[in-house]
Design a protein around this ligand. Structure first.
Ligand SMILES: Cc1cc2nc3c(=O)[nH]c(=O)nc-3n(C[C@H](O)[C@H](O)[C@H](O)COP(=O)(O)O)c2cc1C
Length: 197
């Protein structure tokens, strides 16, 4: 398909030149939205925990790998470091309140499964449980780890994948204070859009 520039013409005006900026403002246009996941993990005794993550990416296709960035002091980071396993679960929009709870309480102080009522379902290849209420679950085995300042990035090979037939199909996003997507350009594989910074 021939690329179309119908909706987008690169241009720059004299008053639009780059100026030095403080980091949080410079990353504002790109920092949101983030697709949100819940990561389940277990400690060495098998006690499960949940953490909300926005820092996640596909890191490889063959084998399939998902990378997650966990705060070094989080209980989840200790669990994944100890066991080398996690489940990457994709919550629907209906789980927003539970995701926020998991993202603002530590498993060191609370039992997030008891508090939220999530249904822990046995995984097939790893010890951390699947979340029955989520849209999909990916069982991951850590194949590499990278410490980056105050965070640790885990690269997890996906060893089993699950989806549910739930009615809710809207994935949960961390959004900025603007909103809305606009589709700019698409081909058979990719759809490029813009979101208000
Ligand atoms: C929407 C959202 C996204 C988050 N993304 C991350 C993330 O990518 N990495 C991280 O370490 N913490 C992230 N957090 C914060 C953790 O979820 C939070 O510190 C949590 O309480 C840690 O739990 P734990 O100590 O039981 O592991 C996020 C929180 C929210 C609400």
């Amino acid at each position: 398909m021939k690329p179309s520039r119908e909706n987008y013409v690169p241009h720059i005006h004299e008053d639009e030149i780059m100026k030095p900026q403080e980091l949080t403002r410079a990353t504002h246009a790109w920092g949101a939205p983030e697709r949100i996941a819940l990561v389940s993990s277990v400690d060495e005794a098998g006690k499960p925990n949940l953490i909300a993550v926005g820092w996640a990416m596909c890191a490889g296709m063959e084998p399939p790998v998902i990378a997650i960035g966990l705060g070094s002091k989080s209980h989840s980071c200790a669990n994944v470091t100890a066991t080398g396993q996690f489940v990457f679960a994709v919550p629907g929009a209906d789980l927003a309140a539970d995701v926020l709870y998991c993202g603002s309480h530590s498993g060191r102080e609370v039992d997030k499964f008891a508090a939220t009522g999530f249904t822990a379902t046995p995984a097939s290849q790893v010890r951390p449980p699947l979340l029955a209420e989520c849209l999909s679950n990916l069982e991951c085995r850590v194949i590499a780890t990278q410490d980056v300042g105050d965070h640790r990035t885990f690269f997890g090979e996906v060893v089993a994948a699950w989806t549910s037939e739930r009615q809710e199909q809207r994935a949960l996003l961390l959004v900025g204070d603007g909103g809305g997507y606009e589709t700019l350009l698409r081909n058979d594989i990719f759809r490029l859009g813009a979101v208000r910074a």
